[in-house]
Design a binder for this molecule. Structure first.
Ligand SMILES: [Fe+2]
Length: 230
């Protein structure tokens, strides 16, 4: 599923984020488009982020071409009964990080933004549903207007096994959920650059809050206390 892969507004995003610059013309090694393992995908990511110029199309290609194999990632897959978990796989080189999110049956996120980062998300196991929303407008947020204004739905789509989706703030907000009552779900997330807090939104009113995002485990080890995703 690549319908959300739209680069038209990236130049603005890029200039807002001075540590990383994106280019459309590839300079990557064309032999490095088909990672056979998660470890190889990580090697290609380090290569791609070795300069300040990164090609988003290339990142999408390697995230798509890597085919999920549980033996690659099961050491990082840590589930909790009460909520989904975020599990750091690789801290990157300051320009990106890579993590596994583990969704038990019926678990989902709140509606959230991505703190001006770029997010690629790949389904490694099970299936997720993404619901995408418009940003609330200033009109929606008028305090003297007591009427509740629900957030505007853009679309809903499935993220199936091995699918990759892309989102950044210019493409809207989203909620992701494991719709299954019988199966767990595992997703692989590439964030560029890493971030440790984001905004959440109330679907009924568009009202926003700020949350610190945390890791449940790092490098396969459950942490004694969840720590901010720095
Ligand atoms: Fe997200």
């Amino acid at each position: 599923m690549t319908d959300a892969l739209t680069y038209s507004s990236h130049q603005q995003q890029i200039s807002d984020n001075p540590s990383i610059y994106f280019k459309k013309q590839n300079q990557h090694n064309e032999n490095h488009e088909n990672p056979r393992t998660l470890r190889e995908l990580i090697e290609y990511l380090y290569e791609a982020f070795s300069t300040d110029m990164v090609d988003l199309d290339y990142l999408h290609t390697i995230m798509t071409n890597y085919k999920s194999s549980p033996k690659d990632w099961q050491q990082y897959a840590k589930f909790k009964q009460d909520r989904y978990t975020r599990n750091l796989v690789d801290g990157g080189n300051g320009k990106f990080n890579l993590m596994l999110l583990c969704w038990s049956e019926g678990q989902g996120s709140s509606i959230h933004d991505h703190t001006n980062s770029h997010c690629f998300m790949k389904c490694l196991d099970g299936k997720l549903v993404e619901t995408r929303y418009e940003w609330p407008t200033e009109d929606d947020q008028q305090e003297d207007d007591k009427k509740e204004k629900p957030m505007k739905l853009k679309y809903q789509s499935d993220l199936n096994y091995n699918d990759v989706l892309y989102i950044n703030d210019s493409l809207g907000l989203h909620r992701v959920e494991n719709p299954s009552h019988t199966d767990k779900c595992v997703t692989l997330h590439l964030y560029i650059p890493p971030y440790h807090q984001c905004h959440t939104f109330d679907e009924r009113t568009g009202k926003q809050g700020q949350v610190v995002v945390t890791f449940y485990s790092k490098y396969g080890q459950i942490l004694e206390k969840e720590t901010p995703a720095l």
